[in-house]
Design a binder for this molecule. Structure first.
Ligand code: AMP
Ligand code: ZN
Length: 141
């Protein structure tokens, strides 16, 4: 399904031209227009799913396999020193475009923008940690 009001539907279908680094029947991979680093790219499924909650499980797996392939290749050609995969879901988590996408962010030694993804650490008591752990485990298997 495509959504005519969705910018990533219009980009992934090719209707709006952009810097495409890879394309197959399921995905288009583009350069992020406001990159966090040199080569910052986005894996876009061609079908519209708002986020990880909505995306087809198999397609999410395919996106991760493609991320692995691209991270290996981009590390070679860009000579980056590391890599972040980032995937935001819902506004509270920083999502701004509500069409599932996986960020590929090459990281470089001595890079200016070295505070991307730096979060402060929260503290929980041992009791709270046990309670959280138990709650997440329940019904998972
Ligand atoms: P997120 O915050 O995870 O939803 O990420 C959205 C990303 O899409 C941001 O990094 C934007 O820079 C990028 N972006 C938004 N519009 C475009 C566009 N037209 N072409 C390429 N990248 C875009
Ligand atoms: Zn869309």
């Amino acid at each position: 399904m495509k959504d005519q009001n969705c910018i990533f539907c219009r980009i992934s279908s090719g209707e709006i031209p952009t810097n495409t680094i890879y394309e197959d029947e399921k995905f288009r991979v583009i350069l992020d227009a406001a990159p966090a680093s040199k080569g910052h790219a986005l894996i876009l499924p061609k079908e519209h799913y708002a986020d990880l909650y909505e995306i087809d499980t198999q397609l999410a797996g395919d996106a991760m396999m493609l991320a692995k392939k691209l991270a290996m290749h981009m590390t070679n050609v860009l000579q980056c020193d590391g890599f972040n995969l980032v995937q935001n879901n819902k506004e509270v988590a920083g999502q701004t475009v509500f069409h599932f996408h996986l960020h590929l962010i090459p990281r470089y030694q001595n890079m200016k923008n070295d505070d991307i993804l730096n979060w402060s650490h929260e503290m929980f008591t041992e009791e709270e940690m046990k309670e959280i752990c138990g709650r997440i485990k329940e019904g998972l298997y």
